[in-house]
Design a protein around this ligand. Sequence first.
Ligand SMILES: NC(=O)c1ccc[n+]([C@@H]2O[C@H](COP(=O)([O-])OP(=O)(O)OC[C@H]3O[C@@H](n4cnc5c(N)ncnc54)[C@H](OP(=O)(O)O)[C@@H]3O)[C@@H](O)[C@H]2O)c1
Length: 336
Amino acid sequence: MKLWTIPAFGIDQLALGEGAIPAPAANQVVVEVHAVSLNYRDLMTVTGKYNPKLKLPRIPLSDGAGVVHAVGDAVRGFKVGDRVAGIFMQNWQDGAPSNEKYRGALGGDIDGMAAQYVTLHQDGVVLIPDGLSFAEAATLPCAGVTAWSALQKAGGIAPGSTVLIQGTGGVSIAALQLAKAMGARVLGTSSSDEKLERARALGLDAGFNYKSGGSWADWAVEQTDGRGVDLVIEVGGSGTFLESLKACAVGGAMAQIGVLTESAEPVDVRVILRKQLRVQGIYVGSRTDFEALNRALIATGIKPVIDKEFALEELPEAFRQMEAGSHFGKLVVRLR
Ligand SMILES: NC(=O)c1ccc[n+]([C@@H]2O[C@H](COP(=O)([O-])OP(=O)(O)OC[C@H]3O[C@@H](n4cnc5c(N)ncnc54)[C@H](OP(=O)(O)O)[C@@H]3O)[C@@H](O)[C@H]2O)c1
């Protein structure tokens, strides 16, 4: 079987090699991986920014979907032929997060999904919805679950609430689709008018090009008749944090997710207390969250948005496209 590894940091260092198809231990399943998707975190991992001390070589990528190829003797919930995806944090099954549950993140602490066959504990996979292709399902473990968690855990979103998404990457577009299905009004920012048009086709109610100058927070407040938004899907990081605070309604919330930009500008914490904001950190989610997302996708018929699919050999090219930020939604690599 073929597999990608990070032998040293840098996209150009990625190495395509060969390995033996693994055999499952008693509690494991072997998954024949059909498709993987890229997250910004994977780009940071490959370039050494996520964890400069990461032990190499490492198989990258947290997100993949495929078919159960073999099961160990003690496996009960899965059989050969089942369509599955790996869960991002292999040890976070349910409930509140903990440092212990954080251990075992695919493509980080442990080898990831960029291999044609992977072994995972039976608790580390979920069945994927029948209506989704492997490519679509491969977008769910990180970006999909994160968007779902943000709307569930930070939100208090109800029909008529206003949600603001930042940019048109994987997490933000998944959040747009889910928030629309929940009856929310969705405002969005992007560096590109063309991407805003594409987002409108998915239900975005109004868009603002953040490269055009001006304050998108002021714009969001105007769009809500002076009230501000109920929830910001905060993927921008410290570079967008202050604008996000400004964009929030009194009693609003921020799902603090991303680290795309940096700023040394001090945070005026008085805004948080005066508006009585909730700033909820989101770190993907549990297996239970993933299963709930899958039920929501089945009920709503939402299909994840894939910008481009690459062939197995083109993984470095896919990372370069992510680095350039030209994508809309998700980038997928087919391993079959
Ligand atoms: N905490 C978690 O559990 C978790 C999970 C997933 C991702 N994340 C983080 O969330 C962020 C997004 O991840 P992703 O995988 O969705 O990334 P992605 O697909 O690469 O999307 C990045 C997009 O963000 C937009 N962007 C860049 N700078 C921006 C800015 N200053 N203001 C607004 N938008 C900006 C761009 O969209 P336009 O081209 O439209 O401007 C860009 O294409 C990353 O920092 C990632 O590490 C965290």
